[in-house]
Write a protein that binds this ligand. Sequence first.
Ligand code: SAM
Length: 278
Amino acid sequence: MTDIETLVARHYSGETLLDSIRAALKQSGVDPDAPGIEDLKPVDEFHTGGLEATDALLDQLEITPQTRVLDIGCGIGGAARHVAARTGAHVRGFDLTPDFVDTASALSRLVGLSDATRFQVGSALDIPEPDDSADLALMFHVGMNIEDKPKLFQEAARVLAPGGTFALFDVMRASDTPLTFPFPWAEEAAFSFVTPPEIYRAAAKAAGFELQAERNRSAFAREFFDRVLARIAEAGGPPPVGIHLLMHETGKTKIENYVTHLTAGDIAPVEMIFRLPG
Ligand SMILES: C[S@@+](CC[C@H](N)C(=O)[O-])C[C@H]1O[C@@H](n2cnc3c(N)ncnc32)[C@H](O)[C@@H]1O
């Protein structure tokens, strides 16, 4: 691991994460030994807009049971499980943070999706998969922790077969205004690499990708946070199962800073879909 990767993995680590999720499920009236895949959705889609945003990206892709899918920076495996359940495709996920990978595997076991998903520890800058071994690479809110975007796209191009697709959804820079930390992806600036869309486009082009689609999701994100924060205010706090379980003590400030900079137009969640020539 590089020094940055060590900081990133430490930021997300949580040794008792699985226990916290199981306790929260129980508190919501769900059997922690037999949750449904949908019971995990409030916590296992750790990106802006959660499941709604995952589906919005998937709706633009063709995925069949034969599609070989890779989830780069899979977190605790929510998107991978959702893709497997929605399409019948087998999904391989990898992530820098061992606690997340262990939790991803355990949650797939609990919902009966162990055969449809597989998770391992690994870096997006040295993807633990062979050349040409995937048809579709997905990446949700990971690039903000990766400084070397050219290497990220080179690695995605290496593991994708000719004609393969790289679909991502990341928070990107939309102004030059200094950012106030912490954010959900970084406690401090030392391991935050939020860059403008043109950096992604240039890195993708250099790795041989063609841009197929791009969409700024700021309006959706603002509406999503308005809705979720209103529900939390009304209930007097977040529901037991939620992404606060992944954000440690500073979770509330992380979300507040994110919403403030999103509303000011300093950062923007953006979808990009790239394709390799066939
Ligand atoms: C905000 S979380 C998103 C997790 C997941 N994609 C999701 O949407 O639920 C960012 C994730 O990226 C992972 N990550 C950051 N840098 C990485 C890298 N260089 N290689 C692999 N994973 C990385 C972190 O460990 C963390 O799980």
